[in-house]
Design a protein around this ligand. Structure first.
Ligand SMILES: [Zn+2]
Length: 335
């Protein structure tokens, strides 16, 4: 039904019209990782197929967008007026496969982009623990039967574990257990972790790759060191920011000045923390175009992923969905 309606809107020229009406509302696009195998089936919200991403960039080109940096967005905001068709591409986290799945396409179109980097797994260079556990249980859809010499034996009387059992034991252990547990789990299910190290599956970029990408013009900005923020008190949240800044400066030689809230979540009092650290802009995952009245520290984005069709993406990009949401809220208020 939605497809038929949107096709009709596009055919009637409403996408084009919406783009003109919303031209001075910047678009900040939000991306995450690229799938190297079947991760887009496991978590399509995080892992996009490379050809989906390439298709999206072709759509931007077709609609005449020339993506700019967050510094340029900030400059426009402080000048009092946003330019027409301002668009920013942001990529969250730092997944390894963006190197081959996103960078060449961005380069092809000469598109500016920003990577919000969480630095912990860049330094650790091992698969992201919790997500990898979820992935293995999803893929093999069976309980994990503990071997007699399992490192988990001292911590449980259970003979076999599901994902919840495993994570509740993990929560009581320190991080030095993570890779040992994951290796046991992978061996049990017959998954080859060395292959993951090679193809970047569920891995983050290496330090050398981040440095090389920064040199090629990718802006590297803040996303906290351990991908934690809203759940922390002010002192711990400040430390997350400082640690992240420290690693980014080491990797790029630059001071990062833009921030993305992990999972898009924050507590209101944490906004002061960002201002105190001279953060110029911060983005959430609220799905909307930017308006001139939005605070620079709570900027919405258009969250794109592998569950979104090209037509739906175009409807968001051109602002048609924004106008429809606006109309719906006016109707609701009128009732
Ligand atoms: Zn993130």
């Amino acid at each position: 039904m939605k497809t038929i309606l949107l096709t009709l809107c596009k055919w009637l020229g409403l996408f084009y019209l919406a783009k003109q009406i919303t031209a001075r509302r910047p678009r900040i696009l939000c991306y995450h990782g690229i799938s190297v195998d079947d991760e887009h089936l496991f978590s399509p919200g995080v892992f996009m197929q490379a050809n989906t991403f390439a298709g999206r960039m072709a759509i931007l080109e077709r609609w005449g967008y020339k993506p700019v940096s967050l510094d340029e967005l900030y400059r426009q905001h402080t000048s009092g007026r946003y330019n027409k068709d301002t668009l920013v591409i942001t990529i969250d986290d730092g997944w390894a496969a963006i190197e081959h799945g996103m960078l060449p396409v961005l380069k092809k179109y000469n598109f500016n982009a920003t990577l919000y980097l969480s630095s912990y797994y860049v330094i650790k260079q091992r698969p992201v623990f919790k997500l990898s556990c979820y992935y293995l249980f999803w893929k093999y859809n069976a309980p994990f039967v503990l071997a007699a010499d399992s490192c988990l034996k001292p911590f449980t009387s259970l003979q076999q574990l599901d994902i919840d059992n495993l994570l509740s034991i993990w929560a009581k252990l320190d991080s030095s257990y993570e890779q040992v547990i994951l290796q046991e789990l992978a061996d049990y299910f017959g998954e080859d972790l060395t292959k993951w190290q090679q193809n970047g599956k569920l891995m983050f970029l290496s330090a050398g790759k981040v440095t090389a990408m920064a040199e090629q013009g990718l802006a590297i900005e803040l996303h906290t060191h351990r991908h934690k923020f809203s759940e922390l008190n002010l002192a711990d949240a400040a430390k997350e920011l400082a640690d992240n800044q420290h690693h980014i400066t080491q990797l790029t030689g630059k001071t990062a000045q833009h921030f993305c809230f992990p999972r898009g979540e924050y507590q209101p009092q944490q906004l002061n923390l960002l201002a105190a650290q001279q953060v110029k802009t911060a983005t959430t995952t609220e799905n909307e175009l930017v308006s001139k009245n939005d605070s620079l520290l709570m900027l919405p984005r258009l969250v794109d992923n592998d569950k979104v069709s090209e037509l739906e993406f175009e409807a968001e990009l051109t602002g048609l969905m924004t106008l429809l949401r606006l109309a719906a809220s006016l109707v609701k208020r009128g009732k």
